[in-house]
Design a protein around this ligand. Structure first.
Ligand SMILES: *Cc1c(COP(=O)(O)O)cnc(C)c1O
Length: 470
């Protein structure tokens, strides 16, 4: 398997070459040169595999520069009952006739990002050890991504994490989750500013190429191909669970922000998984819903980005969306470079041609949006059905899923977080507190490790220099 850029650079790279990279040199994202197709015979064989076995079968189609035994070992160490709570890893439950919820949120930080990040941690450590190299991961977080990255990288000898977060702006639970990690390779830097300030510091540090090279600065953001690949697996797992060997099609409803999760569904569909609809669910930040309804993609400014009660979907532009558009325009890299290079970075958007717009239906995509009131209504609805407690992001998915059901086609809503992470919205909807996994009882009382800094690029650089072996 070889990988190319979405913006026309045809240089072919192998998996481990792009593993530690962010963007391709031409500013595009990496995608496989062609999607491997899965035959009916293979599907039948996969239907009864355990989650790690299934993950191995899928990943080995995309990774041919890690020996088979090593890859199997990495996957086996990642998807365990200890880390994800059950042997199924992503258990599926029924909400009502034809409507299911697939739990992607039982990992160490209670959000679906663990599904990919836990694997990424083990792949990074493997590849860095093989190269005898080190990596400093620099990131900015307002919650989920940062903690998933820290829990994935903790204790890894070849990796250090420097995670910036807006001082005093994360929930007490989120702060406790991140700041209570005792591992020496994890560095929490609370910036006296907002999330955008943190993001700007990361950009400024990364723009200093000499510093970046010396410290081997890397990222773990959602455009990383390995993260997306890890997510392809649970679409297959959910399909097999719900169809129980009967075949037929299913649909997925996906609470979406940066388009990473649902883009993995697109890849699964391109491989031949019988997906009828991929339903993109947004909150009030409806960049994606607008595109799928109108064909116009208009990135929002920070001022136009709403703070909502499903905060992990509060995005102004969807960083993985370019991958889908590449396929939508029949992999015309020059066209994508125009759309995302000059159009998005220039005027902030573009409109696809009528022919391209018509092709969206062929890719299975459809969409909808949800509001705070919808979220509360859906949390109550699931609770009244079955005493099933869902988090606000999953509630967005459920709301939009119910608008796109088709007779005879099971609909699977992807559960992207546990309600325990968003107690105040649950309290508002149900008048009760969500239960918390035993392992996280009382984490607010644990000692916290973090340093506070002003919005000052130099201070952050100095801190990295002092705490990194380079
Ligand atoms: C990150 C996240 C999302 C959005 O996923 P994307 O891959 O960015 O579309 C949805 N829900 C939760 C809980 C998340 O953490």
């Amino acid at each position: 398997m070889r990988y190319i850029s979405t913006r026309g650079d045809q240089t072919e790279r192998r998996f481990c070459e792009i593993l530690l990279e962010g963007l391709a040199p031409d500013g595009g994202l990496y995608l496989p040169k062609a999607y491997p197709r899965v035959s009916g015979i293979t599907m039948a064989r996969w239907a009864t595999l355990s989650y790690p076995e299934l993950a191995y079968e899928i990943l080995r189609l995309y990774i041919d520069d890690i020996p088979a035994d090593d890859l199997r070992d990495i996957i086996g160490r990642t998807y365990t009952r200890e880390a994800f709570g059950t042997d199924e890893i992503t258990p599926v439950r029924q909400i009502e006739e034809g409507l299911y919820v697939q739990a992607l949120s039982n990992g160490p930080t209670l959000a679906f990002k663990d599904m990919a990040m836990q694997l990424l941690g083990n792949l990074f450590e493997y590849e860095l050890a093989r190269r005898n190299d080190q990596l400093d991961i620099l990131g900015a977080t307002s919650g989920d991504t940062g903690s998933a990255a820290e829990y994935a990288m903790r204790g890894k000898p070849h990796v250090r994490v420097f995670m910036l977060s807006p001082h005093g702006r994360m929930s007490p639970f989120q702060q406790a989750q991140m700041f209570s990690l005792p591992d020496a390779n994890i560095h929490n830097i609370a910036i006296e500013g907002v999330f955008d300030d943190c993001q700007d510091i990361v950009k400024a540090v990364s723009a200093d190429l000499e510093f970046k090279r010396r410290h081997r600065i890397g990222t773990v953001n959602s455009i990383n191909w390995a993260r997306l690949l890890a997510q392809v697996v649970y679409y297959f797992a959910g399909y097999f669970r719900v169809t129980q060997g009967r075949g037929g099609k299913v649909s997925f409803a996906v609470p979406s922000g940066n388009f990473g999760n649902v883009c993995a569904g697109h890849v699964a569909r391109m491989m031949g998984l019988p997906i009828a609809r991929l339903v993109v669910a947004t909150n009030e930040n409806d960049v994606l819903d607008e595109f799928f309804r109108t064909g116009t993609y208009r990135a929002r400014s920070a001022a136009e980005t709403h703070e909502t009660s499903s905060p992990s979907m509060d995005i102004s532009k969807a960083s993985n969306f370019e991958r889908y558009v590449f396929d939508l325009v029949n992999r015309d890299g020059a066209h994508v470079a125009e759309l995302f290079g000059s159009a998005v970075e220039g005027d902030g958007g573009f409109t696809v041609s009528p022919e391209e717009f018509d092709r969206i239906a062929l890719t299975g995509f459809t969409s909808g949006r949800s509001t705070h009131a919808d979220r509360l209504a859906m949390i109550r609805y699931a609770w009244e059905q079955d005493h099933d407690m869902i988090d606000p992001h999953t509630a967005d998915g459920l709301k939009v899923a119910r608008e796109h059901m088709q007779p005879g086609v099971p609909m699977i809503v992807l559960e992207t977080a546990l309600p325990a992470k968003f107690a105040s919205t649950i309290e508002e909807a149900l008048g009760r507190q969500p239960p918390r996994p035993v392992s996280l009882e009382g984490i607010e009382a644990l000692p916290k490790r973090f340093v506070v800094m002003p919005v000052d690029v130099q201070r952050v650089k100095d801190y990295i220099r002092e705490n990194s072996p380079a």
